[in-house]
Design a protein. Structure first.
Length: 473
């Protein structure tokens, strides 16, 4: 058979380009000292993550339909309670997801900022609604904007994790023929933490997993005779930050097996230790003041993370409102900030050092558990470097710790089905659950390394038949 000169020339060029790319990549990896990182960490991690991705998460379709009905029912109630908004804007009915209608409602109440889209239409995004909610705090009108926020949140969760775009049924969440949901995992993220994205294929459609609400996790159920075993890195980010910034009071608490959040609650919010531990509970119907105390616990917990990463008070207020439905006046948050920074001055000093170093070098180096280095060049504008200079070292070091154990479990043939933030999830036979828990503990004997310090991280295994209902061993 005689080959076409055009075909052979094309294939030859294709081979040459691939080889040249290989040579260039090897040169750059060697130049930045990343050859070991790429060959011995990143490439094996890609294979391990792909195996997990294709293994998939078993889903209970009955529970999935029940979760859909619950979300739709709540959305229906909220929409009914907002029915009166139609008369305010002079239309037959009101859809809380409609930006034109919501913008009109904001204007009627005098809370629209005047911001417009590229096409000149008034905006009705989260910023506009949250601003209105803050301005109406304590007034009867607050309930209207609060319900709009709730409706949009429920609608987003429904569309993202349970259903899909109404106009595109081919993109609706559905399992593959084997009854499992599969998502698409990303390995080469900014910090090295795994992320998942919605994955649409001809066989099925899977949602992202990292932001899935706890109540929707319960639709993922192990098959008969099997259970999930999950292990979570206890207080990972705070433990790393305590060691990086040499926060003595946090380090003492960690050494004693105490919660850093409880220590902060006692010293910043002025709770007794017993009161702080009680406030940590998600609910206590027998205590009339528990809900208020629990909201304060959630407030200090979210506040500390946000302030550590250099968020401003208005941003923290918005995060509390949108993520936890807790409205805290700015003066109160400013008072908490002053108390917190007085209690933990080491964080502020460390943040400033990190920022100055990032400005000077335009790079961030983190150390993997095996002592090798990961380098990231900082190409972001100067105004982004404050948060990145603090966030990246903590997040990347945490990612290295989790991923090293993840690789060890994969090499042992452990059937991993998910990794979300600082936890790994395994699907195994019920009778094997104790052995899997021991394997996880053994796989995570390595230490995280930050600021030259080796840091022991405790992995806490739990198990259950549903991802949304796990119990301790």
């Amino acid at each position: 058979m005689r080959l076409s000169p055009t075909l052979t020339t094309y294939n030859g060029h294709d081979d040459v380009v691939t080889y040249e790319a290989k040579v260039d990549l090897e040169t750059e990896l060697a130049e930045f000292g990343l050859t070991h990182y790429y060959l011995n960490y990143l490439q094996p991690l890609v294979s391990a993550v792909y195996a997990m991705q294709m293994r998939g998460m078993p889903v209970d379709l009955g529970r999935m339909e029940e979760a859909k009905r619950e979300r739709l029912s709540k959305m229906g109630r909220l929409r009914e309670e907002l029915r009166g908004c139609a008369a305010i804007i002079g239309e037959p009915e009101y859809n809380p997801n409609s930006n034109p209608q919501t913008a009109k409602l904001l204007r009627e109440f005098g809370y629209h900022s005047g911001r417009t889209t590229d096409k000149g239409a008034p905006k009705a995004d989260k910023t506009e609604i949250i601003t209105a909610l803050l301005k109406t705090a304590g007034s009867p009108t607050e309930a209207i904007f609060s319900k709009i926020v709730d409706y949009r949140g429920e609608s987003k969760d429904y569309g993202t994790f349970l259903a899909g775009p109404r106009a595109k049924p081919q993109l609706h969440i559905r399992p593959w023929p084997d009854g499992r949901i599969r998502t698409r995992f990303l390995v080469t993220t900014r910090t090295g933490r795994l992320q998942s994205r919605k994955w649409s294929t001809a066989w099925g459609v899977g949602p992202e997993f990292q932001n899935i609400p706890d109540d929707i996790r319960r639709i993922y159920c192990a098959p008969p005779g099997y259970v999930f075993v999950q292990a979570d890195a206890a207080q990972l980010e705070l433990v790393l930050m305590a060691n990086a910034a040499r926060v003595k009071v946090w380090l003492d608490a960690i050494a004693e097996g105490k919660s850093v959040h409880i220590v902060n609650m006692v010293n910043v919010m002025k709770f007794t230790e017993e009161g702080a531990l009680h406030a940590k509970k998600a609910s206590d119907p027998s205590c009339p003041t528990h809900e208020r105390c629990h909201r304060q616990y959630v407030t200090i917990k979210k506040f500390v993370f946000a302030d550590n990463y250099w968020a401003e008070v208005p941003t923290i207020q918005e995060q509390l409102l949108t993520e936890a439905r807790i409205l805290v006046p700015l003066p109160t948050l400013e008072s908490i900030m002053a108390s917190y920074r007085s209690f933990i001055p080491e964080i502020q000093s460390w943040r400033n050092r990190q920022y100055q170093a990032a400005l000077a070098t335009r790079e961030i180096r983190t150390t993997l558990p095996d002592g090798s280095t990961r380098l990231r060049r900082l190409l972001e504008p100067r105004d982004k470097l404050r948060g990145i200079s603090v966030n990246d070292p903590i997040q990347s070091t945490g990612a290295h710790f989790i991923n090293f154990g993840f690789l060890a479990l994969h090499e042992r043939g452990c059937p991993l089905v998910n990794q979300v933030h600082d936890s790994v999830l395994v699907l195994c036979r019920r009778e094997d659950r104790n052995g899997v828990a021991d394997a996880i503990r053994e796989a995570y004997q390595h230490k995280a390394i930050i600021e030259g310090r080796e840091v022991a991280i405790k992995m806490e295994p739990t198990w259950g038949e549903s991802w949304g209902a796990m119990e301790g061993f």
